[in-house]
Every structure is written in C-alpha cells, then in structure tokens.
Design a protein around this ligand. Structure first.
Ligand SMILES: Cc1ncc(COP(=O)(O)O)c(C=O)c1O
Length: 401
C-alpha cells in the first residue's frame, strides 16, 4: 500500500479512533502486575469503571473482546438446559443467541425485522406465559451495532417487574457504554456486557461485565463450566487491585486515561455530543434522500447510523470507492443486510469537523458511485451543527461591494 498523507478516517462503529492521550498513556514500560504500583492502577480503573456503568456493585475486566464478555455473562450465571429469552434485533443479537445455544442454553429467540428494538410488551407477554418461571434470563442488545437501533431498557425492566418474573436481565452495551445514556443500577440490570474499543476510546482487547447482587448470587450456584471467565476467581484479588492472571497492563494505563477524559468532559456532555452528531448525520441522510434502517425515531442510535442503499446499488462498492478515494472507512452491512446498508460510526473520540469530514466523504462517494441522491446532505449537517436551520442559512450575507 502506498503511503497516504493525513489521518485515516476510521468511521466504522467500533473500533473507534483512539485519542493521542490514550495512546501516549499506554506508551510506557509494563510494570509488575503483582507489585504495589499495579495495585493502585487496578483499584483506580475498577472504581472509574463503576462510574461509567453507573453501579456501586461489582465490575469485571477481562483481557478479551466483547464476545468474551458475552460468554462471561452467560457462564457465570446460568446452567445447562436453562431457558433464556432473546430478541432478533440484528446481527449481534443473532451471534449472542448462537453462543447461548452452543453453551447449552435453550433460547426462545423472538423474530424481528432488524429495524426495531425490543418491544417491552413482547417481553411482558412471554414472561407472563412462563408461569413456571423456566426462563432464567432476558438478554437484550442495548445498541444493535448492525442496525443503528437502540432499545430502551427501563420499559423492559418495568415489564419484567410488572409480571413479577425472577429472570435475570442481561444487557449488551458494547456499542453504547460511554456514548449513550446507560445506568446499570438504576435500571435494575443484572449483568451488563461491554468492550474497550467503542465509547471507551481504547484499542480492542478488553471485555467488561457489571454484575448485580442477584447475578453474583446466581454465580455461586449455577452449573455452567468456566475457568478463565470465573467471576469468583476475580473478586478477591480485585479488592486489592490485582487480577488472578496476567492482566493487560498497558491497556489498563489506556483505560485510566480514557476514564479521566470522560470525567473531564462529563458523562452528560459526552451523551449530548453523541446525540448531536447522530442528529446531524440523520439530517444529512434526509437531505440525500437515503432511508435510515431504523424506523422508530425513539430508537435512533446516537453512536452509529445505518443507511439503506437504493435498490440495485451495492453498499460495499460504495464503501470501497470511499475508502480508495478518501481514505475513509465506513461500516459494512452485516448478516441479513450485507450489501444493503452502510454504517457511519459517530462514537468515541469525535468532533464536529471530524463528522463534517466524514459526511463530505460519503456525499462525494455517493456521487462517484452514481448512487441516486440529492446533494446538500453536508450542508444540512453543517446547519444543524452550527445551530442554524435552513431558513436562516442565507442570513449571514456577504457585505455588498
Ligand atoms: C453490540 C455488539 N455486541 C457484541 C459485539 C462483539 O464484540 P467483539 O467483536 O469485541 O467480540 C459487538 C462488536 O462490534 C457489538 O457491536
């Protein structure tokens, strides 16, 4: 590959751009993971993570990807043959379901159209019908990265509570933690699953769980086999800031820096920034005349936007042209929507001009790929970012003469 000048635009919905501050924080000698300096680092990152998950309970850090953290959630709480309730919101729900099956669970997988989140009414119906409480867990993907649809978690908790069902609530926040509002304790979630490479602005390589007291109690008596992922092995050394095996020390330096950055910006501001960039992206899509995969505005994702291609046009060809011409990576359509959608990631370490650069690349690419669209998406996004509406756009006139 020839050298390309300037920065590559990594606008897939994760891994996200790693800020220089985080890269520099990691660029340090690895220390003794059983020594006193490490203890302080371990305690600091575990405490900091609790503030991001919004929990006072246990959090776990694994060297691994999000998929590992999915597995940890399952093997620490459930037993072979347990029934679980899952919903086909998109590719990641389908993958989590496949894993659950391979681990010996019986999955009631409610079909979906990949354009909606989980409907609380459906949760309520299924749990109400389960009079013998055979369903042991309700497992939901908060932000479906394959579709750009965010499920609202509080109505699901409320549905479980309305029927008085004892199932655990497990939520995948791999592409929402630290980019979309999320509250593990307040929303009554039992296990939250997350990863390092999205809202947390780190490279891939860490997986996280947050666990409620009820989930921890389940881990004392459940019967799925585990060793590497065992929460019980983690809890004791974690109290002193240590881990039962060699942790990813330099990733933890990065995590400490990322947590500091999130704290400096303030979580509410982080979420508002993501909301605003998502709104500007949707304004561009609307001006281009491209349809969003997400149908319900209440479920629009703030971390990514998935756009449908007009019939007969291949999303992967468009992405290839944009990568070749403008050094901009966009997310591919996954699974059932492969070739039909492309995804713009607008999460993590990101600002207005990175977004306008990204949207310019998309608009130019649409032209080069001869995809039917209207020009002006980038202007619509700029108006939104500059706080103008179309009616006032022309009001800053150039002085005559
Ligand atoms: C919502 C969601 N769940 C699970 C995963 C799998 O995580 P990983 O690829 O880190 O194993 C991803 C990855 O993109 C994701 O977006």
């Amino acid at each position: 590959m020839a050298h390309r000048s300037g920065r590559h635009f990594l606008q897939i919905p994760g891994p996200t751009n790693v800020p220089d501050r985080v890269l520099r924080a990691m660029d340090r000698p690895t220390i003794d993971h059983r020594g006193p300096d490490f203890a302080a680092l371990g305690q600091e990152v575990l405490a900091g993570l609790r503030t991001i998950f919004r929990t006072k309970g246990a959090v776990f850090i694994f060297p691994g990807s999000g998929t590992g953290a999915w597995e940890a959630a399952i093997v620490n709480t459930l037993s072979p043959g347990d029934k679980v309730l899952m919903f086909e919101t998109g590719q990641f729900a389908a993958l989590w379901r496949a894993m659950a099956g391979r681990l010996g669970l019986i999955v009631d997988f409610v079909p979906g159209d990949w354009r909606h989140g989980v409907a609380a009414e459906q949760v309520e119906q299924r749990l109400k019908a389960d009079r013998e409480h055979q369903i042991k867990a309700v497992m939901v993907v908060h932000n479906e990265t394959s579709t750009g649809v965010t499920t609202r978690i509080p109505p699901i908790r409320a549905a479980i509570d309305r029927v008085g069902h004892p199932a655990l609530l497990m939520v995948d926040t791999i592409s929402s933690l630290a980019s979309i509002d999320y509250r593990h304790d307040e929303w009554g979630v039992d296990v939250t699953v997350a990863g390092s490479q999205k809202g947390l602005m780190l490279p891939p390589g860490l997986g996280f769980n947050a666990a409620s007291a009820k989930a921890l109690a389940a881990s004392e008596s459940n019967r799925l086999v585990r060793s590497y992922w065992d929460w019980r092995e983690m809890l004791k050394p974690n109290q002193a800031g240590f881990f039962p095996y060699t942790p990813a020390t330099n990733m933890l330096y990065g995590l400490r820096e990322a947590l500091a950055m999130l704290q400096e910006e303030g979580l509410a501001n982080v979420f508002a920034r993501h909301d605003r960039h998502a709104a500007a992206t949707r304004a561009a899509a609307c001006a281009w005349g491209l349809e969003l995969l997400a149908i319900d505005p209440a479920e629009y994702s703030s971390s990514l936007t998935a756009l449908l291609m007009p019939d007969g046009h291949d999303a992967d060809r468009l992405r290839r042209i944009i990568l070749d011409q403008f050094d901009l990576s966009l997310g591919a359509g996954l699974g059932k929507v492969a070739g039909k959608v492309f995804r713009i990631g607008h999460l993590g370490d990101f600002n207005d001009l990175m977004l306008t650069g990204t949207l310019s690349g998309v608009e130019m690419g649409l032209g080069l790929a001869a995809v039917p669209h209207r020009a002006g998406g980038i202007l619509a996004a700029m108006d939104l970012l500059a706080g103008k509406d179309a009616a006032t756009r022309g009001s800053t006139k150039i002085a005559a003469g």
